[in-house]
Ligand binder design. Structure first.
Ligand SMILES: [Zn+2]
Length: 224
């Protein structure tokens, strides 16, 4: 099949347009059905690698330090995320433990590792081995990372427990909050941009956000 990288197909109505260069903050919409076709990446490509590294650091803190410390009648008890998984298994809730392990530790960690593996060589204009497979794998892992759901559960538990015992949020809880926000930013990166980065002619500069550019209004679709 012939590859036509300079065209864009509307995901909403299948109309084909030739790709027009976008200015910073420009968004191209399909004139026929209004679906978003493309948007200027801005500084996203420059930010995603530092954000991924920061996510990995937060992930380490979130897993190594205690999430909460509970004090009840002089008895202190604290737990880490892995400790919660072990406790769930010990209580006979192996399926829940497996889900917590997969959605809050395994899948987010895999996603971050794949991102780092892809982005470090790409920043040096080198396409890593297994590029296509890993970009697809990352897309399929995306719905399985549920750190925000876990965080919400922990916050509800802390509020409920605080009436019965003294609950002190641990460093991991703050790290989880930061991780949730940063991971959302990292995972909102357009997967199409990976292909653009990997197949960009060598030596071509990253798209720069013009300092003097004012806010452009939303632009109509690319030329038909
Ligand atoms: Zn359309």
């Amino acid at each position: 099949m012939k590859e036509v990288p300079e065209t864009v197909v509307c995901p909403g109505c299948d109309a084909v347009y030739s790709r027009a260069p976008l200015k910073p903050r420009d968004v191209a919409h399909c004139p026929r059905c209004g679906t978003e076709l493309d948007r200027h990446p801005g500084q996203q490509e420059r930010r995603i690698l530092p954000l991924t590294v920061a996510c990995l650091i937060m992930f380490a803190i979130a897993n190594l330090f205690p999430i909460v410390e509970i004090e009840l009648q002089g008895l202190r008890s604290q737990t880490t995320l892995a400790g919660a998984v072990v406790a769930l298994t010990a209580e006979g809730m192996s399926l829940v433990a497996l889900l917590v392990l997969a959605t809050t530790i395994l899948f987010p960690f895999l996603q971050l590792c794949i991102l780092a593996y892809l982005l470090i060589p790409l920043s040096r204009e080198h396409r890593p081995v297994g590029f296509a497979l890993l970009v697809r794998a990352m897309q399929s892992l995306r719905p399985w990372g549920m750190i925000e759901v876990f965080l919400l559960g922990v916050l509800v538990a802390i509020v409920k427990l605080s009436s019965m015992a003294s609950v002190v949020p641990g460093p991991a809880l703050w790290a989880f909050m930061a991780l949730t926000v940063m991971l959302t930013a990292v995972l909102s990166f357009d997967p199409g941009a990976f292909w653009g980065m990997a197949f960009r002619p060598k030596g071509e500069a990253l798209p720069d956000e013009g300092a003097g550019e004012g806010a452009n209004d939303e632009k109509g679709g690319a030329s038909a």
